[in-house]
Structures are given as C-alpha cells and as structure tokens.
Ligand binder design. Structure first.
Ligand SMILES: *Cc1c(COP(=O)(O)O)cnc(C)c1O
Length: 452
C-alpha cells in the first residue's frame, strides 16, 4: 500500500490496445437477430448504420485490438486519467476500507463517452462518411460525439431527450460550440417522433425514442451513419481503456480491489472499468465482487426480464437478447438521464446471466445525499449517474465500519456534474423524491415484447 492520493500513469504507460472479453467467456453471448427473419444479423445488415471497421469489432473474437495511432493522439489530450484514493471520504465515513475512484470527468466533454466517440468518429471518417446522427439522454454522449466529429471533420446531428433538453440547456450550447445540430426528441422531423407526439404532445422523451429518430435519419442517406454511445460490443470494447489503465495504476501501488461498483445505464462505463478485472478474476488471479448499480426508477437488471427486444422504441434496430423493461417503457424523468434506458448491453446482460457480476438498484435521494458527502470531502461534483456508484461505495464502506474489514473498494466517477447543477439545486431545495418502481408500466411494456 502506498501513501499516494492521486495515482497517475505517464503518457508512455498508456495502454495501446482495447481488451475484448468475449473470447474469455465460458460461452459466447447470443447473437442479435433480424426483426423480420429472426435469423442472426450479418455484417451486411448493419452496414447502413455503422462503418465496416466498427461492425468487425462488434463481432471480433480477438482478445486485444490495437488502438489506431490517430485515436491515441486524441486520447492523450486527457488520458491517462487519474485514479484517486478518497482519503478524506474514508475519514469522514470513519471506515477502515480503502476507497479508490477512477475519474473520467477530465475529458473535454466531461465524461467517459469520448473514449468511444473518438474511435467511432475516426473509423467513420476513414470510410468516407459525411455525417453522424445520434441520440443523447443527459447530453453527455451528444457532447462527446459533437467534440469527436469536430476533430475528424464530420457533421453531427443530435436528438436530445426532451426532459434533458429542458433541464440542461448548456449541454446544447456545448454541442453547438463543437458544430453539431441539436433537436429536442420526440421531434416533428421524423416519422418515429411524429408518431409519439401524436399520442403525447408533452412526451418527456426517452433514449429509446431518440434512438429511433437518429436511426431513421441515418438509414435514409448513404453518406450518413448512426453512432451509439453505449450498449453495443464495440462501445464496451473502446471503454476498456479505463480498466486497462486502472489495472496498471493499481499495480503501481500494489493494491487489489475486493469490491468494484459502477453505475449502469447501457453498461459502457461499468464494462470499461470492470472487464479487465473480470479477465483476472476468470483466470483465478483475483476474486473481487463486481457489482452494477442502477436507478430504482429504471431497474433493467434487477426487475427486467432477459429476453430478445428492440434497442429503440419504434422497433427499427435488430433484436438483442438483453435485460429489458420493454422497448416502449418510458422511465420517469429522473435526474440521472444517462441511466434512463429500457435495456442493458446484451454482452453485459450475458455476463450477468453467467453469474460473473451482481446488480443492485438505488433510489435517487440516497444517491444525491452520497454525492454531497463526496463533494464536500473529495471536491469533485459528480454527474447524477455516478452518484449511484458513489452511493454503493459508501454503503460498502459503512459495512466495513461495522465489520472492521479493511476492504479495497474501487468505483468510477465517470463524469462531472457541472452541467447538472439544476438537479443539485432541486435536491438542495428538498424537491427531489424517489420514484416507486413503476411495476404496472413495466408489466404492460413487457407484454409488448417481440415474439421469438
Ligand atoms: C452516458 C453516461 C452514463 C450511462 O451510460 P453507461 O453506458 O452505462 O456508462 C453514466 N454516466 C455518465 C457520466 C454518462 O455520460
């Protein structure tokens, strides 16, 4: 154990490959299916949506994939990212546990999302694509893709979930500063958006609806492709830069995590942090508990079913076997907008089914309370999404206080909350409440799952 508070890597120590967990799993994940034929989708089915380099990464069975030099060059603007020992938080909690957090808020967009936005923009530009379309929930992914598109000379058009479009106007300013065009979703610009607006002109929107809009816009023009900020294998792959760095940082101080907790929306920051540790765990070298933390209002792991479902609301994507609350389930407008997704990464869902990871759900008031404790001791104001991870880390540290165990807890603060201060205002004013788990809404949505 060392005295370090901030564990850094030199640029020269930065990992140069992403880690693909699929070949190390005891069984491969079930394939995505074509919604019409119900047969596994092939690379050609995905070609209208993604460039071939990303499609090949989606189905790759190589354990490691080289990060292109152009991508590494951009990563170096903020990577390697710091790993912190939360000494003041430990003291405030009076816990014998040692708490570490990997901080991704140092990226220009303020979250882990540029780790995949940069390679996605790079591969699209390589294949001559003119424009990228996408959805954004909290605005983090839209910002990351706007930033990445600017660097690789691509146009970028973003459908931002209406609830967050209202709550976070500066995310839009940020995207426009990087040159992107931003619409509130549901929008009248697409058939999918118009259909929702007809039923509910005041729809708060959802990630599923915004995805339908962005996909619809992309498939109509061969010079446009679509980019997804989470869920898919290639996104999780790119995010493994986080865990590959963290493993090296822990090696420097001779520590091993006993518990790893991270928040899950679509699963990308969680997978990015944990897959490298899961590799070591599957190889029998370490044995940490690895736990996903989701919001009680959108609990796809803990209350969803494991079934084939669409990734979007209108039913335009391939069918993916995943933990889902139903593709037309519209979650309550909680403040962690990045966690308001009906599904969970199919790869991560498979890993959960294999029993390699655990999951819990936490309500938003406990999360905001934990965020204040964290900010008042560590300084960093976290985005509402990673407050779920922090709340779980604090629960673990408090359990150590009870038991006297000196566990090493690792978590991810995957973004800062500088654009989420309206949510903090609400919490400080006592206006944030916990939504009940919407049992009836989910039950109704699950009745509309596609039949396989
Ligand atoms: C997008 C986002 C999330 C949720 O997405 P994952 O793919 O589950 O990581 C969580 N935190 C932040 C800061 C985000 O931007």
């Amino acid at each position: 154990m060392s005295d370090a508070t901030k564990i850094l890597l030199d640029e020269s120590e930065m990992p140069t490959q992403w880690y693909n967990i699929i070949p190390d799993l005891p069984e491969p994940p079930p394939p995505p299916l074509h919604p019409g034929t119900k047969q596994p989708v092939g690379p050609d089915d995905l070609a209208p949506l993604f460039p071939m380099a990303l499609i090949m990464q989606e189905v790759s069975t190589d354990s490691y994939i080289d990060i292109p030099a152009e991508v590494l060059d951009v990563y170096r603007l903020w990577r390697p990212s710091p790993l912190y020992r939360a000494r003041r938080l430990e003291k405030a909690l009076d816990t014998p546990a040692r708490i570490y957090y990997k901080y991704e808020g140092v990226s220009p967009a303020g979250s882990h999302k540029p780790n995949t936005a940069i390679p996605q923009a790079y591969y699209n530009a390589q294949e001559g694509v003119r424009k990228l379309t996408t959805e954004t929930g909290a605005g983090q992914w839209g910002s990351a893709l706007a930033f990445a598109s600017a660097l690789f000379g691509l146009e970028c058009e973003v459908w931002q979930v209406a609830a967050s479009f209202e709550q976070k106007p500066y995310r839009k300013s940020m995207m426009e500063t990087w040159g992107a065009t931003v619409h509130s979703s549901p929008s009248p610009l697409t058939a999918a958006g118009r259909a929702i607006l007809e039923q509910d002109p005041d729809s708060p929107g959802s990630l599923g609806i915004a995805i339908s809009e962005a996909v619809e816009a992309a498939v109509q023009d061969p010079t446009i492709r679509y980019a997804l900020g989470s869920v898919l294998n290639h996104v999780l792959l790119h995010q493994t830069i986080i865990g590959e760095e963290t493993i090296r940082q822990f090696a420097k101080i001779d520590e091993t995590p006993d518990v790893i907790v991270a928040c899950t929306g679509g699963g990308s920051n969680f997978s990015g942090l944990t897959f490298s540790f899961l590799r070591e765990k599957m190889a029998g070298k370490i044995n940490p508990t690895i736990r996903a933390v989701e919001p009680a209002a959108c609990p796809s792991f803990t209350k969803g079913v494991y079934a084939y479902d669409f990734g979007d609301t209108a039913g335009m994507t391939p069918l993916m076997k995943m933990h889902t609350l139903g593709h037309d389930f519209v979650p309550d407008p909680i403040h962690a907008g990045g966690l308001r997704y009906h599904g969970m990464s199919p790869l991560l869902s498979h890993i959960y089914e294999l029993g390699l990871i655990e999951a819990i759900a936490i309500g938003q008031t406990e999360c905001f309370e934990s965020a204040l404790t964290f900010a008042r001791n560590e300084g960093i104001i976290p985005a509402p999404e990673p407050t779920h991870a922090i709340a779980a880390a604090i629960r673990e540290a408090e359990a150590c206080k009870e038991s006297g165990e000196e566990k090493v807890i690792l978590t991810a603060v995957c973004g800062h909350g500088h654009f989420d201060l309206a949510s903090y205002d609400k919490f400080l004013a006592g206006e944030i409440t916990d939504y009940e788990y919407p049992e009836e809404k989910v039950a109704a949505a699950l009745e509309r799952l596609p039949q396989i």
